[in-house]
Design a protein. Sequence first.
Length: 309
Amino acid sequence: MEALGHGGADRGWLFALGAHWFGCCAPLSRHATPSQRATWEPGLHDGSLVGALAVTEPSGGSSFDGMATAARHVDGGFRLDGSKTLVTNAPDADVLLVLARQFPERGPLGLTMFVVPRTAPGLTIRPIATTGLPGAPMGDVVMQDCHIGLDATLGAPGAGLRVFQSAMAWERTLLLAGFLGAAEHDLARAAHALADRNALGHQAVTHRFARMHLRLAAARHLLHDAARKLDAGREDITAAAMAKLVTSEAVVECARDVAHLLAGAGWRGAPLDAVAAVADTMGTLFASGTSEVQLDLIARHTLAVARRP
């Protein structure tokens, strides 16, 4: 992912690819039944099928307590009613992982993740326009008396929170890896452009480049550390939150720095579209949970460690 970004891949495409891999494929591989794997994994892995994770809702965001999408057991399967929004890849998705409330009396422990094919009766997907990341198709997902089979449960009934946390461990850790590469790509192009103008002799300019490099190096260290834990079979929610928070803030600040350095040239789109880079990176501050969500997770872990005897 870093190499793709460093090579100049569109940030929207990187975001869509990451959402497919880490938001859908990773939790499906971890929690699917043999039948679900046989049905979905070959196409999702070779790219002939597109996956999406549908959690955020129009009214309550990603709050588990306020989740309104409901799942009810009916003859032959389940019925889903509710809506999701800002679902990356929804307009192109062949299969969606949908988080719904199956056992209302259990609170967050009553959520279940469902594997919902695009062809499910009662499922409607509407494309939506967003500011930034035009290469990442977004959509609303509406379920009205949407019928799915008994084999649609991903993980155990009521284990939706655990499946969602699995998705977030992967997505928060790795979704923005491509954006690190893209930031380095922009930094290098900005440096070449300013060298051509003989502008690199000014301390105000060189110090800004130094700070950009430091931010990206720190983010990469945290991201790679969290990724190594995933490789070792550990889905560390705190490490993922740290990687996501620091990386998102780093790529936003670097995009702003590049825009400042290129000034009017960046505004005009040469040697790169600095304004588009700022718009594309701003969305990373709330994707996979806002910065405040990540800070809450980190604070909980920090305080728990501090209170140990």
